[in-house]
Design a protein around this ligand. Structure first.
Ligand code: PMP
Length: 427
């Protein structure tokens, strides 16, 4: 497959953009080689600037559950553009979108729009701290909540280990109150709450993890989280930036029947435009400025294009309900991929929830960061490039979720399994 124009553009980009990319996950850092420069997307396909076509399992890292350029989303955007791109004043569509989010996401009574998932989690943590008057927060190793200073803590172990920042530029003071625990570890969680439960402002987690590959929570883990937060007065935050409107219409909280106090949203809620949101219990949300004292603002928040794309996307998802079919397609795909890997003697495990899935080059079931860190990333790199050369565009890291979309056909899935079978034979 010729990608010479992508290669040339990458050289050009690297001179003026750090690493040639505007977000590190695009840089092929873990797999080597040159990122593919995309010219356009159409339904389930991406077309690069060399004219190659790929079946897209990234969907812009989550938003495009309806495929690229969905006619209803495009139309809504076109109409909104003609009326002006930003006013810095309230618009009717903001209430339309807020009402729809409140209708669809079980725990959300009030919601505030922001411009990215990072902003959503940053604001939710601030709100939890402001609401409780406490400083300590708990996060789990391997969960990603955007590049918020206090949440950029991934490494480390032990129930009560104090967080150390995983990027230079974050003063230790910013992460001093971030306590890092292992995902799915009920004992560690109980120990933390036993020791300092009344000092915990919030616990934040991905209720299905996508950012160490897909990791599904145990029901005991979720129920312990809920009960310990309730008993201690800590705010339970589900970071549903990835899982919201993805694992089911109402997100992971609907799928598992667990009710968080606050929820963060992003990706699908913006229909492919830069959007985030946070919402939840009305008594907590009423602590946000200008009603309450917790300050949070945004020049472009709730802007007309973003709300148009978000509203069109969520409306279409509600009306067409693609979720049962998405779940079936995804479990069939992952079963077939697993069988093909098995046939070729490839050590692997699989995980999926709704239309998110990961094939781990790891014989153990991945339940947390420690197990995920044992993935065979060299093998993944070979698999990734083998698939790319066969026109299948997967996330360029073992530690990511793959996304099946409403436009993926049975034939697409079969082509994917055939390509994977060929690649497995070469590993
Ligand atoms: N939370 C989760 C669970 C995410 O997956 C992401 C992004 N992948 C974020 C937060 C941050 O969102 P954004 O990149 O829009 O800032």
């Amino acid at each position: 497959m010729n990608r010479s124009r992508s290669a040339a553009e990458f050289e050009r980009a690297k001179k003026v953009i750090p690493g040639g990319v505007n977000s590190p996950a695009r840089a092929f850092g873990g797999v080597g080689g040159t990122p593919v420069f995309i010219e356009r997307g159409e339904r389930q396909y991406l077309y690069d600037i060399d004219g190659n076509r790929y079946l897209d399992y990234i969907g812009s890292w989550g938003p495009h559950i309806l495929g690229h350029c969905h006619p209803k989303v495009t139309k809504a955007l076109e109409e909104a553009t003609k009326l002006g791109t930003s006013f810095g004043a309230p618009t009717v569509r903001e209430s339309d979108l807020a009402e729809l989010i409140v209708e669809l996401v079980p725990s959300i009574e009030m919601v505030r729009m922001v411009n990215s998932g990072t902003e959503a989690t940053m604001s939710a943590v601030r709100l939890a701290r402001g609401f409780t008057g406490r400083d300590k927060i708990i996060k789990f190793a391997g969960c990603y909540h955007g590049h918020v200073d206090s949440l950029l803590v991934q490494a480390g172990s032990g129930a009560l280990t104090l967080g150390t920042p995983s990027s230079p530029g974050i003063p230790e003071g910013c992460t001093r109150d971030t306590h890092l625990l292992e995902y799915n570890d009920v004992e560690q969680l109980n120990a933390a709450f036993d020791q300092f439960g009344d000092e915990i402002a919030c616990v934040i987690l991905e209720p299905v993890v996508g950012n160490m590959g897909v990791v599904v929570p145990t029901s005991e883990f979720l129920s312990t989280l809920r009960s310990r937060c309730t008993d201690s007065g800590a705010v339970l935050i589900f970071d549903e930036v990835m899982t919201g409107f993805r694992v089911s219409l109402g997100g992971a909280q609907e799928l598992f029947g667990v009710t968080p106090d606050l929820t963060t949203l992003g990706k699908i809620v913006g229909g492919g435009l830069p959007v985030g949101a946070y919402g939840g219990r009305a008594d907590i949300m009423k602590t946000v400025s200008p009603v309450g004292p917790v300050y949070q603002a945004g020049t472009l928040s709730g802007n007309p294009l973003a709300t148009a794309a978000g509203l069109a996307t969520l409306t279409e998802l509600r009306d067409s309900n693609p979720y049962p079919e998405l779940a079936t397609k995804t479990s069939e795909l992952i079963e077939k991929l697993s069988a093909a890997a098995q046939k070729h003697g490839i050590d692997h495990s699989v995980a999926h929830a709704g239309s998110m899935f990961t094939l781990f080059f790891n014989p153990d079931q991945v339940v947390n960061y420690t197990v995920s860190a044992r993935n065979q990333t060299d093998r993944f790199a070979a698999y990734f490039h083998g698939m790319l050369d066969r026109g299948i565009y997967l996330p360029c890291s073992q530690f990511e979720a793959n996304f099946v979309g409403a436009e993926h056909t049975e034939q697409d899935l079969e082509n994917t399994v055939n390509a994977a079978t060929e690649v497995f034979a070469t590993l």
